[in-house]
Design a protein around this ligand. Structure first.
Ligand code: GDP
Length: 448
């Protein structure tokens, strides 16, 4: 933490351009000085909204505005903070900006207000990340996950773990301090182990949420795959209700990946149509197939399409499809042997006619069912970033090591517990990792 006097920063915190109201934020040690100069007033009552006229140095009226003064440390950043709600006029914004520059204030960098809040202990790194995700949230699932994290869900979780790790460490250190007292070591080690087990159980459970948490932040990848001409492009178009992909009777037409974005069950999803898989000597088609296979490996949900009108020995294809993937039997409108098929349909299989849009809604419902089964945002805390997963995994491994050498070598176990505590500090942002901070805060917008 730097200890020189921080510059006072300002920013337009609402979207730029013409609007009903525009909000300027000022934060730092000279915030009140700037306010005095703008309003020609000497005293500002904290946490009280007042209507004020603001002037530039030449005594020209800039605007009438609503003024909020929050005195540090009781403010978002922990410093003296001011909000000016001016009329959303481009000219007012320009005039006020140039006046704030002339008062010696500096334009805030992206995320700088939040970074100050973090540095002044107003939030930990996971809460700052939750706030960033909340600002980026576009769907209900993202909103639910982000607000939970911003509200301290992860912080509460790791604070509990830290408590247990410190208790375990205290037990072990007691053991090291009293090595000769007969039955004490076993007893103490046993107690330490129960603390360690609590953290191991909790962290193992939360590590399982990482895939879901990360997928909800980034959106899910759903990939449609199958042989050429099975109707993959027609399915994509029917799902998206528009002509996103080209449909032709000529096999091998889809060569690049065509994707559409939509929201299903409150989660952003990207559904991609891929080149039909077959042996080909055409270089461009082969490249398309290669891309299709690569994308399908990364997919969160795969939809395999089988053309019912082809003699494609369904059973063979089906046996290669992993459980949990969706199997769509397409072109049911041209298929005669309906009864045989019906008996072989399982819960993740569906027969449709993409061309006639028959049972497309059922396909959408099936996709939603699978999303809900695999990717529901519950009330439990979730890990939402690779950074979280790495820190918690690191902690888990250190505790596992500590638990295994607890009886034989309490000193080593103590070292491993200290490593686990360090991993938790990293998760909280308490250990000074400038490069990580830079990456997280620079992704905020200016004014936040
Ligand atoms: P893709 O190569 O797998 O993407 O298949 P397309 O979507 O391009 O479709 C190939 C051909 O099958 C086109 O002529 C489509 O009109 C036709 N087709 C697609 N779905 C159906 C369907 O449900 N029924 C019928 N009869 N034809 C379909």
């Amino acid at each position: 933490m730097k200890n020189y006097k921080k510059p006072t920063i300002f920013s337009l915190s609402s979207a730029p351009g013409k609007a009903g109201v525009s909000v300027f934020r000022i934060s730092g040690p000279s915030a009140t000085k700037a306010l005095k100069s703008l309003t020609r007033q000497k005293f500002f009552e904290p946490r009280r909204v007042t209507l004020k006229k603001i002037y530039n140095k030449n005594n020209e009226l800039i605007d009438s505005c609503l003024l909020f003064f929050m005195q540090g440390p009781n403010s978002f950043t922990g410093e003296d903070c001011v909000e000016l709600h001016v009329h959303g006029s481009v000219a007012v914004i320009e005039k006020l900006t140039s006046e704030l520059y002339s008062l010696g204030l500096r334009q805030a960098e992206a995320g700088e207000f939040t970074r100050r809040a973090f540095e002044n202990g107003k939030m930990d790194l996971t809460e700052a990340e939750g706030l960033a995700d909340l600002i980026d949230a576009e769907t209900e699932g993202q909103h639910k996950q982000a607000i939970k994290q911003m509200d301290g869900a992860l912080r509460h979780l790791y604070e509990g773990w830290r408590e247990n790790l410190l208790n375990a460490l205290a037990q072990i250190e007691g053991e090291i301090d009293f090595p000769d007292e007969g039955d004490i070591p076993d007893n103490l080690s046993h107690k330490a182990l129960s603390y360690l087990n609590l953290v191991l159980e909790g962290s193992e459970k939360v590590l399982k949420t990482a895939d879901t948490g990360e997928a909800i932040r980034h959106g899910l990848d759903i990939v449609i795959i199958g042989s050429p001409n099975t109707g993959k492009s027609t399915i994509l178009n029917a799902l998206s209700k528009r002509d996103a992909a080209i449909v032709t009777p000529t096999a091998g037409t889809t060569r690049d990946i065509v994707s559409i974005n939509m929201t299903l069950t409150g989660i952003p999803v990207r559904i991609s149509d891929t080149a039909g898989i077959r042996d080909t000597s055409n270089e461009i088609e082969a490249e398309g197939i290669d891309r299709a296979l690569k994308l399908s490996k990364k997919a969160d949900i795969l939809i395999h399409v089988i053309d019912l009108t082809e003699d494609n020995s369904d059973n063979n294809i089906k046996s290669q499809i992993p459980d949990g993937d969706i199997v769509v039997y397409n072109k049911v409108d041209k298929y005669q042997k309906q009864t045989t098929l019906k008996s072989s349909i399982s819960s993740n299989e569906i027969k449709i006619s993409a061309l006639k849009e028959k049972d497309i809604d059922d396909l959408r419902a099936l996709i939603e069912k699978i999303i809900l089964e695999k990717y529901t945002v519950g009330n439990e805390p979730t890990l939402t970033r690779v950074r979280h997963r790495n820190c918690v995994s690191e902690m888990f491994l250190s505790i596992t090591r500590a638990a295994s050498c607890l009886n034989k070598s309490p000193e080593l176990a103590g070292d491993d517990i200290r490593s686990a505590l360090y991993a938790l500090e990293e998760l909280a942002g308490a250990s000074d990792i400038e490069s990580v901070f830079d990456r997280i805060f620079s992704r905020f917008c200016v004014g936040k």
